[in-house]
Design a protein around this ligand. Structure first.
Ligand code: B3K
Ligand code: ZN
Length: 868
């Protein structure tokens, strides 16, 4: 690399020397040469007379100050420095950009036939030279000019205030957004769409037009997104008292998009994956994902847009909080236990893995080279867990008081994580001094628990210790304030009231020291302890429970999450044992008592099907990998396969009966129906590895009247490598080749194919007419799935998976660095593997590090990994 990218540090924040209060933008849209005229009101705030604006990948075509051409400036490949400026002036910048050539999908680009933008984090600087930082809030007026036949719809933020016709078949629309906003929330869309319209009346009586724009012909796939939007608007009013603030809310679905969606003010732009759904094209998981992402982007209107981030180090201020809000939305609308289980799976699997990787960082990072690399599971999901801990410590009432104060204090401004915690503290009176460390400390704390029962004194002593191992970014760790939710049961299943020093205490213990003892009094018999209920803190737990106690909790714990967690702990114990057995060439085994416990769950009449489905789902290969160093991918796969086959063989009659009893005639997306399908399809995934597998799976594929059941059959055939796999795959591809979004499911199955020749098939699949490396969804489905979710083949000991990865990354480094940078993650974790694999991966990382056009995105990650 010629120019070494520079890091930015959180501690170096300074307020901007100038600010921009108003900006008037005009876009004259053409595929290859779009002219952007930006007229800004600029005010000096500091001492400098030089204004430095950010800008890249464009040509400067004009520069004026107060209407006069200005020649006292320099332009570099990333900045424009304008000298000798007055205190207050009007700045006119004209730039030429090429949307068609923009394959990075940042700034203004073409997605299929439509123009669209993505400005977060630092994409606005690819549109015009600007103070492209979140603490510069301006009022935007935007005029969009384009060919009318190709682009009948011209959209931007705020309200439509004017429009008109021009010569040569062109037309224009002018938009004005009354809410000052940072540049990352700017958006523009121009194209031909079908529109689904609806209305919402806010609690104070504001009429809001709701519009969802989709590719022509896709209108029948938009209603679920609209329902989700309306539900989100209602929910935010009811639970958080927050109301929408413009007369229009637009969502546009596009096929080329680097992430899930973007919360641009009044004009959300979405990956079509998170908008389009009908029963023939989308699975239940897709429906729930749409509800969550539509909610998430809507909730950003307050937590992100009205109150934004002072600098990008504060990203979790809006993302952690908004993920918490979307999780609560999904939990209030659906099953709280199932939502919690799935959120915890993400933390225990990929987030813990990120903490243990060279990319380890606190939820509020201290050092960043490429901001796009920090839209991570840590900032989002662990960030949400940190908010959830505050919620646990303050209770719903205290938390809502804190939110109210936060909004009162910071509405219309760019705030920090400290501002948020201060509002929570001030509103509730709860001391969060030590708790603040969760924002600055990276890594996963390990909590070890020991217990002792004193029959004579009738006391039960719980001793907790905590330790956070050093991470690459932070050698020294401090003691955290960990909310520990616990419960005690007597052997007959009664909840034992918790008394400490003569006083009744609640379930949540404040664990604030290195090692801390809690002595519970008046405990008549040795109790059974339920620990870390609700996963009350994102920690790893070391506690040796007896099998009987875990089975007791699976059946009797008051709280569903605790029941699931006890089941997972039991499975984890026997997974470890069998992995060890496999490595020692011993026979694998699973005790009858464990099998009986899961049989009891399957046959339970009181548990919801959706919950039983979660109880019967084994931890993922990646989650298990996180327990070991070095990771033995083959032994893990064998042990997981053994446990699956053993449960299937033991429970075959019960699974078969359950499978048939849950058949539905009609598809509905009611939560109860989703739960029944989930359990039925979990049964199928077990039955697939029995003698009945082939016939049941084929029959389900043939008779399925919805995509959930179709995909369940295909996944079962794929995972169990059934003989019917090929014919099902062919039938599906013949049917859906015209539709990339649906084909993504098929690409994903090719990516995760456990067959020995998977890589060869994947290489052939890249010439499938529906596949393109230019499209992030296609790339993630086939290639991303292979890298991240096909461990046995990706980590093949001949290094073929790694070589393939590096070839793909060389291409994507040039065309779309953001996508490249997401895909590389599994390679960064090379130190978790044996020496042979470590060396093979290091060779590929070094090759990539040597590229002379290495993008900042990959540069940052590869350098950390190699330096580790
Ligand atoms: N805020 C966007 C993510 C932007 C990612 C930039 N690389 C979506 C979201 O979190 O809602
Ligand atoms: Zn977000």
């Amino acid at each position: 690399m010629t120019n070494q990218p520079q890091a930015k540090y959180r501690k170096d924040y300074t307020a901007p020397e100038f600010t921009i209060t108003d900006i008037d933008l005009t876009f004259d849209l053409y595929d290859e040469e779009t002219k952007v005229t930006a007229v800004s009101k600029v005010l000096k705030q500091g001492n400098s007379t030089t204004l430095t604006l950010e800008g890249e990948h464009m040509a400067l075509a004009g520069l004026q100050i107060n209407g006069e051409d200005w020649s006292d400036y320099e332009v570099t490949s990333t900045q424009l420095h304008i000298h000798q400026l007055p205190n207050e002036f009007e700045l006119t910048v004209v730039t030429d950009i090429n949307p068609s050539a923009n394959t990075a999908l940042e700034g203004l680009y073409k997605s299929g036939g439509a123009f669209c933008t993505q400005c977060e984090a630092e994409g606005f600087r690819r549109i015009t030279y600007f103070l492209d930082r979140p603490d510069v809030l301006a009022k935007y007026t935007t005029t969009v000019i384009a060919d009318k036949a190709a682009n009948p719809f011209l959209l931007s933020n705020g309200n439509r205030i004017d429009e008109g016709e021009l010569e040569n078949g062109r037309h224009w629309v002018k938009w004005s957004d009354p809410h000052p906003k940072p540049s990352y929330l700017f958006a523009l869309v121009a194209g031909q769409f079908d529109v689904l319209r609806d209305k919402f009346v806010t609690k104070s009586g504001r009429n809001v037009e709701l519009e969802i724009y989709v590719d022509q012909g896709n209108l029948d796939r938009a209603p679920h997104a609209m329902t989700s939007l309306i539900n989100a608007m209602k929910w935010d009013e009811e639970r958080f008292g927050l109301e929408y603030d413009l007369d229009i809310y637009m969502i546009v679905a596009v096929d080329f998009f680097n992430m899930g969606a973007m919360e641009n003010k009044g004009l959300n732009i979405f990956n079509s994956k998170y908008v389009l759904a009908n029963d023939q094209t989308a699975t239940d998981t897709d429906y729930l994902g749409i509800e969550a992402v539509i909610g998430h982007e809507y909730f950003h209107n307050w937590t992100g847009n009205r109150i934004t981030c002072r600098d990008w180090f504060q990203l979790s201020l809006k993302e952690g909080l908004t993920v918490f809000r979307d999780q609560e939305f999904s939990s209030d609308l659906g099953s709280r236990a199932v939502n919690r289980i799935n959120n915890v799976r993400i933390i225990r699997g990929p987030q813990f893995a990120e903490d243990a990787s060279p990319m380890s960082h606190p939820i509020r990072p201290d050092k960043v080279i490429e901001m796009n690399n920090f839209y991570t599971l840590t900032v989002y999901e662990k960030g949400s867990e940190v908010i959830r801990m505050i919620h646990t410590l303050l209770g719903e009432e205290g938390f809502q008081k804190g939110m109210k104060l936060y909004v009162e204090r910071h509405d219309g401004t760019a705030a920090t994580c400290d501002d948020f915690v201060a509002a929570m503290e001030d509103a509730s009176g709860v001391d969060l001094t030590q708790f603040r460390l969760w924002y600055s400390q990276s890594g996963t704390p390990v909590v070890t628990a020991n217990t002792a029962y004193d029959a004579a004194a009738k006391t039960f002593t719980l001793t907790l210790s905590q330790k956070t191992e050093p991470t690459l970014d932070q050698p020294n760790k401090q003691v955290l304030h960990i909310p520990m939710n616990v419960e005690l049961y007597s052997p007959d299943g009664e909840v034992i009231p918790m008394i400490i020093e003569g006083k009744a205490v609640g379930n949540v213990l404040d664990f604030t020291q290195d090692t801390q003892q809690f002595v519970f009094e008046n405990v008549e018999q040795e109790p059974i302890l339920s620990l870390l209920r609700e996963f009350s803190a994102p920690v790893k737990l070391g506690y040796h429970s007896k099998d009987e106690d875990l089975v007791f909790l699976m059946n009797q714990a008051q709280n569903e999450f605790a029941r699931w967690d006890a089941g997972q702990t039991l499975l984890a114990k026997y997974l470890r044992q069998n992995i060890a057995a496999c490595q020692a060439n011993d026979e694998m085994a699973l005790p009858q008592s464990v099998l009986d416990a899961f049989k009891g769950i399957l046959l339970s009449e009181s548990l919801e099907p959706a919950f039983i489905a979660e109880m019967l789902t084994l931890p993922s290969q990646n989650e298990v990998a996180g327990w070991f160093k070095p990771v033995d991918v083959d032994a893990i796969a064998k042990a997981l396969g053994f446990i699956k086959r053993t449960i299937a063989a033991e429970l075959v009659d019960e699974l078969t009966a359950m499978y048939h009893s849950l058949k539905q005639d009609k598809y509905s997306i009611e939560h109860a129906a989703i739960g029944q399908r989930a359990l039925r399809n979990v049964c199928l995934s077990y039955l697939a590895v029995t003698d009945e597998g082939e016939s049941l799976v084929s029959a389900q594929y043939e008779s399925a009247n919805n995509m959930t059941d179709t995909m369940a059959a295909m996944s079962a055939a794929n995972q169990a490598q059934l003989g019917c796999r090929e014919s099902l795959m062919k039938d599906f591809s013949d049917k859906w080749s015209h539709d990339g979004l649906v084909m993504d499911k098929w690409f994903m199955l090719q990516g995760t194919n456990p067959a020995d020749n998977a890589l060869d098939v994947i290489k052939q699949t890249m010439s499938h007419p529906t596949f393109s490396l230019k499209n992030p969804n296609r790339t993630r489905s086939l290639i991303g799935a292979f890298f991240a979710q096909n461990p046995v083949n990706f980590h093949a000991i001949d290094g073929s998976g790694y070589q393939f990865a590096s070839e793909i990354l060389v291409t994507l480094n040039e065309s779309n660095p953001q996508v490249a940078s997401r895909l590389i993650d599994p390679l960064l974790k090379y130190r978790q593997y044996d020496d042979t694999r470590q060396n093979l991966i290091r060779v590929e990382l070094e090759k990539l590090a040597g590229l002379d056009n290495l993008a900042k995105d990959l540069y940052e990650k590869i350098n950390k990994a190699l330096e580790a």
